[in-house]
Design a protein around this ligand. Structure first.
Ligand code: MEV
Length: 326
């Protein structure tokens, strides 16, 4: 399967999987139209849909009311359909800035899309963004597009193959493929959960101050250069740009003492490290120095984080051809 293949039609039971993500450049600024670089990571969520006497998510019959992502996904493509039991399992820590909600929404969207006649990838990316934004109320399509496409993707920039355009009213985000440099990364969850919506709103207020346009211009410059340097596999320049991006994230107020402690711990063993995703808690991402990945993982664990070595997951959202029994 490649990222240009669609999700084919299937009858129930149907199972699908979608990866989490890690933002390398341009989080927050992307909400305001700047470029972003996101990589789909090899930690994923899998869902299984079966015909059932009543609608449920992980055996909870109230989830369609209590879980905004589940509710928005059903509203988008299943209301009026027959009852289904949905099972969801994930290896992505929740509220950690690693795309657990996008992976759930994209896996569920792929499975529902298959059960309703199939969906192409551009359609799944648009639908998944609408579901995530419907549940969160704010945000860009970076997380959902990376989860649908797999690999490295750039929003609003880059010279790579155009994948699709995602829209919300007048807003448009172009999504392009970026060459995979085949690096491994270490993400580390601080254990401090955060709300993407709250962080996005706080940053929007910060960017409304007089220096906001200059900050956005710098976010843009760093992300454009970052997309180019990752695409040509330049670790040294990528490290410098990751550090500049981290400075900007501090300036817009999404750091946290736990994140600063993890960044300091990573420093001697990494080309660079930065907050990834919404910040104000959540995770950091580090590009390990050659041969130091294991030491970096142990150091971040000793510093109290949950470190996870990750690589790009090239496939993106897709069906799991043999749903587990039961
Ligand atoms: C979250 O992964 C990235 C943010 O820019 C929010 C978004 O783009 O939806 C903080």
């Amino acid at each position: 399967m490649t990222s240009s293949d669609g999700i084919p039609a299937r009858s129930l039971p149907v199972s699908a999987r979608a990866p989490g993500k890690c933002v390398l450049f341009g989080e927050h600024a992307v909400v305001h139209g700047c470029p972003e670089l996101v990589v789909a990571i090899d930690l994923s969520t899998q869902v299984v849909l079966r015909a059932a006497p009543q609608l449920s998510l992980n055996a909870d019959p109230n989830a369609a009311e209590s879980n905004p992502y589940f509710r928005a996904a059903l509203d988008g493509s299943w209301r009026g359909g027959p009852p289904i039991a949905v099972r969801s399992v994930t290896r992505i820590p929740r509220s950690a800035g690693l795309g657990s909600s996008a992976a759930f929404v994209c896996a569920l969207g792929a499975a529902l899309g298959a059960a309703t006649g199939g969906v192409d990838r551009a359609g799944l990316a648009q639908r998944s963004f609408e579901v995530e934004r419907g549940a969160q109320g704010v945000g860009s399509p970076g997380d959902t597009s990376a989860s649908v496409a797999g690999g490295y993707v750039a929003l609003n920039g880059g010279p790579g193959e155009p994948l699709w355009t995602v829209t919300a009213g007048e807003r448009r985000w172009s999504v392009r493929r970026v060459e995979d440099p085949r690096w491994s990364w270490v993400v580390a969850y601080s254990g401090v959960p955060r709300s993407t919506a709250d962080a996005v709103r706080a940053v929007a207020e910060r960017l409304a101050r007089p220096d906001g346009p200059a900050l956005l211009a710098e976010f843009e410059e760093v992300a454009r250069a970052g997309i180019a340097s990752v695409g040509r596999g330049d670790r040294r320049e990528t490290g410098e740009l990751l550090r500049r991006n981290q400075e900007l994230l501090r300036t817009v107020g999404v750091s946290h003492p736990r994140l600063e402690a993890l960044l300091a711990a990573a420093e001697p063993l990494a080309e660079a490290a930065k907050i990834t995703g919404a910040g104000a808690g959540g995770s950091i991402v580090a590009l390990p120095r050659a041969g130091r990945e294991g030491e970096l993982v142990r150091t971040l664990a000793r510093a109290g984080a949950l470190p996870l070595p990750v690589r790009a997951e090239p496939l993106g959202a897709g069906l799991v051809e043999e749903p587990p029994a039961g």
